[in-house]
Design a binder for this molecule. Structure first.
Ligand code: AMP
Ligand code: GLY
Length: 418
């Protein structure tokens, strides 16, 4: 199968690796990165440039286009490719609102009785402040920008003062631009998190191995929210009973609601969960593979990825096998110092000469330069360890992270430690 893969992060490197491993004949990436370039032909078309991506798809005539990031999905790339009759894995812009508008997602969940944190929506700061002064005093809150904010638009606030500050940053100071024109004020949930990614063909769905992501920048889940500083899979704290509960009470009704509204969801439905004392509740939905969850899910999933993704695009997922994970993986993200705030790009990277067994290096923000491979983003490299269990995989991941570490990068020391 010839595949055109859109995106340039660690997630796309993992997708390219697994597609290739499962015998994809040819992979073209747009734009890709320095690691993806080692297994695919990279075309310098930006993942946000929908017109140029449609042109590239018409020129390349892939048997399947796989869209990695949310921005082109929200901008309607899948709709445009469907119009051109080019097979595509990824939801329409309307279905992608499940991620591109948190207000859309919360209202859908409220309407369908899907378990999630209680919430209020505000587009006016004085109303938000009045609500917090009257009802919200003393409570912790989570303040969320409605639109896309690269995983940085949710702020956990220990009290109502902090929630007011962030409400003002979003609604008045426009810190997140248009993405923060509407703000969700959400009850803080307690529990352990898990990410479950479901392949969906509009009708049927299947659960990939369950992962846990580490979103905060610092050890001990301190510091700012990031796109994700590490992950592991499979996550056994989600029991088979909990998974059934999630499928029956969350995934099936969400997909049915989208379908009934005329926007069947085809692609990956990413369900971010808090496992609370009252059962699993949705923290967020994404309309795409998670990053860095994908980096740990795909290496432990023995299924055939090109076949499964094409089956989603063609509405025949029910014929696809879903074998249980056959190993464990831990991913440690090496990020530029300062990420997710100010950080340097162009850091020269160094790769171990000798391969460490049971490890993989996925590139996230990297590019080729005259000086060799340099950093080109906040999250730079992914050190992936594999093993029979999480403890083994963790040792491997950290052995590789140590080798890849250079001045200017940093990583969390406690990924998969608990
Ligand atoms: P989101 O952007 O909605 O995925 O949120 C990013 C992170 O913020 C989540 O992974 C959680 O760690 C935290 N978070 C978001 N919403 C809540 C909530 N209602 N209660 C507790 N933590 C939350
Ligand atoms: N790791 C979280 C995300 O992909 O949104």
């Amino acid at each position: 199968m010839k595949i055109l893969l859109i995106g340039s992060g660690g997630r796309e490197h993992a997708l390219a690796w697994k597609l290739k491993k499962d015998s994809a004949k040819e992979i073209v990436a747009a734009p890709g990165n320095a690691g993806i370039a080692q297994i695919a032909r990279c075309e310098t078309v930006n993942a946000d440039d929908v017109d140029a991506l449609v042109e590239l798809s018409k020129r390349e005539k892939p048997e399947l286009v796989v869209i990695g990031p949310e921005a082109p999905l929200a901008a309607g790339l899948a709709d445009r490719l469907n119009d051109e009759k080019i097979p595509v894995f990824g939801p329409s812009a309307n279905a992608a609102r499940i991620e591109s508008s948190k207000v859309f997602a919360k209202e859908l969940m409220e309407r369908e009785g899907i378990p999630t944190a209680a919430f209020q929506v505000f587009d006016d700061f004085s109303e938000m402040r009045a609500f917090l002064r009257a009802d919200g005093k003393g409570l912790p809150w989570v303040v969320k920008a409605d639109g896309l904010a690269a995983g940085k638009g949710s702020i956990v606030c220990p009290d109502s003062f902090k929630a007011q500050f962030w409400g003002s940053e979003m609604l008045v100071q426009k810190r997140f631009g248009d993405a923060g024109k509407r703000v969700i004020l959400e009850e803080m949930l307690e529990g352990r998190e898990a990410s479950i990614l479901f392949l969906c063909d509009g009708e049927d769905f299947l659960a990939l191995p369950i992962a846990q992501d580490y979103k905060r920048a610092e050890e001990g889940d301190k510091g700012k929210n990031t796109g994700g500083m590490g992950a592991f899979a499979p996550a056994s704290h989600v029991t088979p009973d909990m998974l059934s509960d999630v499928e029956n009470r969350i995934v099936a009704p969400t997909l049915a609601a989208l379908r009934d509204d005329g926007d069947p969801f085809q692609g990956v439905l990413y369900v971010g969960l808090m496992l609370t004392a009252d059962g699993p509740k949705v923290i967020e939905f994404n309309c795409r593979f998670g990053d860095p969850e994908t980096q740990v899910i795909l290496p432990v999933w023995p299924g055939n990825l090109p076949e499964a993704l094409l089956a989603c695009a063609e509405g025949r997922l029910k014929y696809i096998e879903n074998p249980d994970p056959d190993s464990a993986a831990v991913c440690v993200v090496l990020a530029a110092k300062g990420y997710p705030e100010e950080y340097k790009k162009g850091i020269r990277l160094r790769f171990p000469k000798k391969r460490i067994d049971n490890t993989l290096t996925f590139h996230a923000g990297t590019r080729m330069s005259e000086d060799g491979i340099v950093s080109a983003g906040g999250r730079v490299l992914n050190a992936l360890g594999l093993g029979e269990n999480i403890a083994e995989a963790r040792i491997k991941a950290y052995a590789l992270a140590e080798e890849l570490d250079v001045r200017g990068l940093r990583y969390r020391e406690d990924i998969a430690a608990d």
